[in-house]
Design a protein around this ligand. Structure first.
Ligand code: ADP
Ligand code: ADP
Length: 229
């Protein structure tokens, strides 16, 4: 079953810029794949259509068999529970502890305090942040900050995680570590779509790769067709 389907999706911003042009693909449940292409190719736009920060101009984005066109108003928040988002700059609340940052999506969801504590500690342990829950984000290294961003995105056990240049600010070793973390998510039931312009890093992961060029999907490469470095 496809967790996500793009069906001839185009996006033209006000002012005339065409960011995506008739893009079609689907993502199977439990799949991890990459989205690559030069700056301005349309990667961020594509991810924004998935978490409803933007709407397509034409075509359909279908998530879990639901056309997102019909997801409006209060349903947008419900949809966003199913889609975790990781940003390059992680967007953590700098005056809140690691624990509070990760707990936030569960608090918004109205879970009980005991349940929240259990889930937050479990995800922090899994991401190697178990001894950091009382720290402020500014007291952490860049790699740790990004892991907190990932913890916040996965604590609600979303069906799909989308990440926009999640390793853009990290050195190669930390980048590889973060990518390995993403690769561990599908076995827990979360599909993963990662946008990155770092083609070397992407190729080393040996996953499916979608290639955007000036808004067009120009390639869809299977893992076995990725040449060895
Ligand atoms: P990428 O993530 O691959 O760098 P983007 O999706 O950010 O690409 O951008 C695709 C194109 O859409 C670019 O030409 C960009 O300038 C344009 N664009 C992105 N966001 C907006 C916006 N809010 N308004 C107008 N044009 C935009
Ligand atoms: P919210 O309740 O979070 O504002 P909406 O469904 O109203 O969610 O809108 C989500 C995004 O889609 C916003 O960026 C909004 O500008 C855009 N949007 C809403 N309605 C339309 C529409 N008819 N056509 C294009 N974009 C729309």
């Amino acid at each position: 079953m496809a967790v996500l389907r793009f069906d001839n999706v185009s996006k033209q911003y006000a002012g005339g810029r065409v960011a995506l042009s008739e893009v079609s693909f689907d993502v199977a449940a439990g799949e991890m794949l990459f989205l690559t292409g030069h700056s301005g190719a349309g990667k961020s736009t594509l991810l924004k259509l998935v978490h409803l920060a933007e709407r397509p101009s034409r075509g359909a984005v279908v998530f879990n068999e639901r056309n997102l066109l019909k997801v409006r108003g209060r349903r947008v928040a419900l949809h966003r529970r199913e889609v975790g988002v990781v940003f390059q700059d992680h967007r953590l609340l700098t005056d809140r502890s690691v624990f509070d940052n990760v707990a936030l999506p569960l608090i918004l969801r109205g879970l009980r305090r005991g349940e929240i504590g259990k889930r937050v500690r479990s995800v922090l342990d899994r991401l190697g942040l178990g001894d950091r829950e009382r720290s402020l984000p500014t007291q952490l290294s860049a790699g740790e900050q990004q892991r907190v961003g990932i913890a916040r995105a996965v604590v609600g056990e979303p069906r799909l995680l989308v990440a926009d240049e999640p390793t853009g600010n990290l050195d190669p070793t930390l980048s590889a570590e973060i990518m390995a973390l993403f690769a561990s998510l599908p076995e827990r039931g979360t599909s993963v779509l990662v946008a990155s312009h770092d083609l070397g890093l992407v190729k080393r992961m040996k996953k499916r790769v979608l290639v955007l060029d000036h808004g067009q999907l120009v390639d869809d490469i299977a893992p076995e067709d990725l040449a060895d470095e």
